[in-house]
Design a binder for this molecule. Structure first.
Ligand code: FAD
Length: 344
């Protein structure tokens, strides 16, 4: 294991923001994961597991411990079961599955990051989420000090959550994920944007066409990482869509003069309201600028690093948005990206 010191983290993140890691190691094999854990223990240092850095906001002061970058590679296929090493790029795996005509993850095309990052927040988009296809997750359990395999049930998947980012946050280091895909299965076109895209098609779209359409739609929204595109220097959607009670929802409807407020039922008693709608209503529109931070010109929910922004700049914009939405709607927006380093 090669241990580097004071490695700037900004280049390892899609935001392009963040100070140095005190120590930085890469694991290409499982035994190197173990070495990194031992190293952190010996130095009584905190350990942070880095995937593709696409869901992170790293402090300007950096991280005072060991950053372990997961670089394990390899895909094993056994029939429709794909066992994928955590360091594989997620989007490349989606492309392979689609090219080989396996359905189940075609709508998750174009999402940046690593395979190991996907179970953490139960990555989802355009009507699919990885919880639909994950069969199990192999990980190093820092509590029991051994490698374990968690079944999909044990992963506790929910909307943008799992045990990995809630009850057992920081406990597991994912080394591979097993997905069960459907050979020759039909593509999913449940999501409104996709239905609209194919509304004039004479024949049902193929898996490849659906996955290409997702990429195109994402590109239109600045949600596909393209070199030189200023709108994708972000961590994707910055806020989770809040879930509120029906009573609270009724108050919001009356507050906006009975307008049609977008919402999705969550069980019988609650609804999910798009955070993007709340931002718009609170005056935070596409292209909003606050110094070096801003909002993407193509997606209200993506906070962006406009030009050399610091984590502090992004946090100042975050706080302005959270406070304004809370004052107007009594809803406290929760950020989606993971904060790394000393909290601001
Ligand atoms: C342009 C853009 C579009 C996006 N669109 C979407 C979208 O449509 N849907 C969606 O759900 N997300 C989206 N995201 C967010 C992000 O891509 C996903 O959350 C992705 O899965 C994060 O994976 P990562 O490897 O980059 O993880 P990182 O950002 O490196 O890490 C995120 C968290 O996961 C943990 N982690 C990462 N790898 C491991 C591992 N091997 N073991 C244990 N913990 C690990 C980290 O410690 C951290 O807590 C988008 C981001 C961007 C920049």
């Amino acid at each position: 294991m090669r241990v580097l010191e004071d490695v700037p983290l900004a280049p390892y993140t899609t935001f392009g923001i963040g100070g140095p890691a005190r120590w930085f190691v890469e694991a290409h094999r499982e035994d190197e994961v173990l070495d990194a854990v031992r190293f952190a223990c010996e130095h009584s240092a905190p350990l942070f597991v880095l995937g593709g850095g696409s869901n992170l906001l790293v402090s300007d002061e950096g991280f005072p411990g060991v950053v372990l970058r997961i670089a394990l590679s390899g895909i094993e296929q056994n029939g429709n079961i794909f066992s994928v090493a955590a360091g594989e790029p997620w989007d490349a795996f989606v492309s392979r599955a689609v090219a080989e005509n396996y359905s189940g993850i075609e709508c998750l095309a174009g999402i940046p990051g690593s395979v190991g990052g996907t179970p953490v927040q139960n990555v989802g988009a355009y009507g699919q989420e990885v919880a639909d296809t994950i069969r199990s997750v192999r990980a190093f359990d820092t509590k029991s000090d051994r490698f374990v395999t968690l079944s999909a049930d044990e992963c506790g998947f929910g909307y943008r959550e799992s045990v990995f980012n809630t009850t057992a946050r920081g406990r597991y280091i994912v080394t591979s994920v097993e997905y069960g895909l459907n050979p020759g299965g039909d593509p999913a076109i449940s999501y409104a944007d996709l239905k609209q895209y194919f509304q004039d098609a004479n024949t049902p779209p193929t898996l490849q066409q659906v996955s290409d359409a997702v990429r195109e739609i994402r590109h239109g929204k600045g949600m596909l990482i393209v070199d030189g595109d200023p709108d994708c220097k972000s961590a994707g959607s910055f806020f989770k869509n809040p879930v509120i009670s029906l009573e609270h929802f009724a108050k919001i409807v009356s507050l906006v003069g009975g307008q049609n407020v977008p919402h999705y039922p969550v069980g019988r008693e609650q609804v999910k309201v798009p955070a993007a709608w709340l931002l718009d209503q609170a005056g935070f529109h596409k292209g909003y600028v606050m110094g070096r931070a801003g909002i993407s010109s193509r997606h209200t929910l993506a906070l962006i690093n406009r030009n050399g922004a610091s984590a502090k700049d992004i946090v100042a914009l975050r706080d302005r948005i959270v406070a304004t939405v809370e004052k107007k709607f009594a809803i406290h927006l929760e950020p989606e990206p993971v904060w790394v380093g000393k909290p601001l």
